[in-house]
Design a protein around this ligand. Structure first.
Ligand code: GLC
Length: 540
């Protein structure tokens, strides 16, 4: 990555498909997805048209946070298989010309990690300083709820954990920690992976002295910590020690960053990382669900990030992932036809001037799941939310409702391969999302009008005409319109989406633009002057 980033690189022209390994495909019938299942499923990813596969964590872990609590950076967790299984996965990816990107949690490790265990066993030894200790905690609250400090039994000090109490923050001030992480990344790059998604990388540099936060609640704290004093220095260091040595991509998870701060990190003249993905679409409160969400705001996020990152910079476009309720449940309309909504939303993000990230199932229009009892929750964050709600005197029903409204389990259910499920022979670890009719891969692959087929078509456009659909300048033509999303790409690309269940006439200047172009795709009820409910048209 040294010096200027070339305009045309594979991580710009290819699209990303995110796999949640526990839930993609279970080859050995134990109810949990695994590497052999992923290997078998890569053909489907290729058929969709993605060119990069991002695997959520597969390293050794006690799985309190489903792998984001790592206890071995150079090992495959036995739940997912062996190193040989991983090598087979890489070989199949190579055969299909898919790049593989791994997820690494480098802000924290599990307390089961041998480093943390050594820190506990020998407080005077070298591993103590791998973590962040204080005799008296400050006022920081953990992202998942409760204090961000815990004292191990029999220990004299508290350790910092911005997330669950089993996820101890690493002390990045310690050069030994940095070298361990760089070494682990090189280990996987040497094996043939093509890069990393760097989990919560924006918070690795803590403010000196760890002062109390003016507002210690999780989200304001995140904002306070994002982009800490030594972040740029360490990212440059990481680039020199790792990324510059390989043809790889480094994607930073960017909670708390605004476009200006992100632009500094992906600045093409001095890139620390290749892409950042932002949190503007992240909404754990549930307030933007159902039909009543703010379309003008939704559109403004794309525009703000496109302008903020600048004409020479590069964005990623992440609208759904394993940390959110389903995309379609946050930005759809439960009363409208799922297929139409899925297509309209796909056209809203896949053709942005950015590398699109498709989260497994979003290409099918997979919706939220149904959770009726606390035992059906798996997400550590949701379980903490439930427990805290109960401890504050909420009823069972109220506490469950709070957890169901935010739980990340909605996005983590087994991938629907067939109408019956087809995830694997065993009982799945998480109850599947009910199939509400046609929301499965087999059905949609056999239907040229499906959401999957539409998504495939959009990805193909990026491959066939990158000048327009990858690199073409972005312009929102109706930023103030309450429902229509109409944007231009390059000189001739034009996308019109109706993000509502009401029909809308196309304004005259847009009709004039269509007259000069040819239609590539449509979905729903459209004419050249009228957009029916959740309809889409793509022109060039
Ligand atoms: C990131 C991951 C999330 C995890 C958290 C802590 O936000 O995406 O799943 O819980 O970091 O590692």
């Amino acid at each position: 990555m040294s010096g200027h980033t070339p305009r045309e690189t594979w991580w710009k022209t290819r699209s990303v498909y995110q796999i949640y390994p526990r839930s993609f495909r279970d080859a050995n019938g134990d109810g949990v997805g695994d590497l052999a299942g992923i290997t078998a499923g890569l053909r489907a990813v290729k058929a969709l048209g993605a060119g990069i596969v991002w695997l959520s964590p597969i390293f050794r872990s006690p799985m309190v946070d489903n792998g984001y609590d790592m206890s071995g950076y150079r090992e495959i967790d036995p739940l997912f298989g062996t190193m040989a299984d991983f090598e087979a996965l890489l070989a199949e990816a190579k055969r299909l010309d898919l790049k593989v990107v791994l997820d690494i949690a480098l802000n924290h490790t599990s307390i089961d990690h041998p480093w943390f265990q050594a820190a506990l066993a020998d407080p005077g030894g070298p591993y103590r300083d791998y973590y962040i200790w204080r005799d008296k905690p400050n006022n920081w609250q953990s992202i998942f709820g409760g204090p961000a400090w815990s004292k191990p039994e029999g220990d004299s000090a508290y350790y910092l954990h911005l997330f669950d109490k089993t996820q101890a923050d690493l002390n990045w001030e310690n050069p030994a920690v940095r070298n361990e992480i760089y070494g682990a990344m090189r280990f996987w790059l040497d094996k043939g992976v093509s890069g990393f998604r760097l989990d919560v990388v924006t918070v690795i540099s803590k403010p000196p002295g760890l002062p109390d936060a003016p507002d210690p609640r999780p989200m304001p704290l995140y904002h306070m910590l994002a982009g800490g004093p030594r972040l740029h220095e360490w990212l440059r260091d990481m680039r020199r020690e790792v990324f510059d040595r390989y043809d790889c991509v480094a994607i930073g998870e960017g909670p708390g960053l605004n476009p200006e701060r992100a632009a500094a990190i992906v600045n093409p003249a001095d890139p620390m990382l290749h892409m950042i993905y932002h949190f503007d679409f992240v909404d754990h409160t549930g307030s933007r669900q159902g039909e009543d969400w703010d379309r003008v705001w939704f559109k403004s996020v794309f525009d703000r990030w496109d302008k903020g990152i600048g004409p020479d910079g590069w964005n990623s476009c992440v609208v759904g992932n394993h940390d959110l309720r389903r995309f379609i449940a946050r930005f759809g309309d439960p009363k409208a036809e799922t297929k139409l909504v899925a297509k309209a939303l796909a056209a809203s993000y896949i053709l942005q001037r950015a590398t699109p990230f498709i989260y497994q199932g979003d290409e099918l229009g997979l919706g939220d799941t149904i959770i009726t009892k606390v035992e059906e929750l798996d997400d550590v964050w949701a379980k903490t939310t439930y427990r805290l709600a109960k401890s504050k005197g909420n009823s069972e029903a109220e506490s469950l409702a709070k957890a169901v409204a935010m739980t990340r389990d909605h996005a983590r259910t087994p991938y629907p391969w067939t109408p019956e499920g087809g995830f694997g022979a065993g009982k799945p670890w998480l109850k599947p999302t009910p199939n509400r009719g046609g929301v499965d891969l087999a059905t949609q692959q056999g239907d040229e009008h499906s959401a999957w087929a539409f998504c495939h078509g959009l990805l193909e456009l990026r491959t066939k005409d990158p000048e327009t659909w990858v690199f073409g300048a972005y312009e929102d033509l109706l930023p103030e319109h309450e429902s229509l999303f109409v944007y231009r790409r390059g000189t001739h690309g034009l996308v019109c989406v109706n993000l509502s269940s009401e029909p809308w006439p196309l304004p005259e200047p847009i009709v004039a633009l269509l007259a000069e172009r040819s239609c590539i795709f449509t979905s729903g009820d459209i004419t050249t002057t009228q957009m029916g409910p959740w309809s889409t048209q793509v022109w060039a």
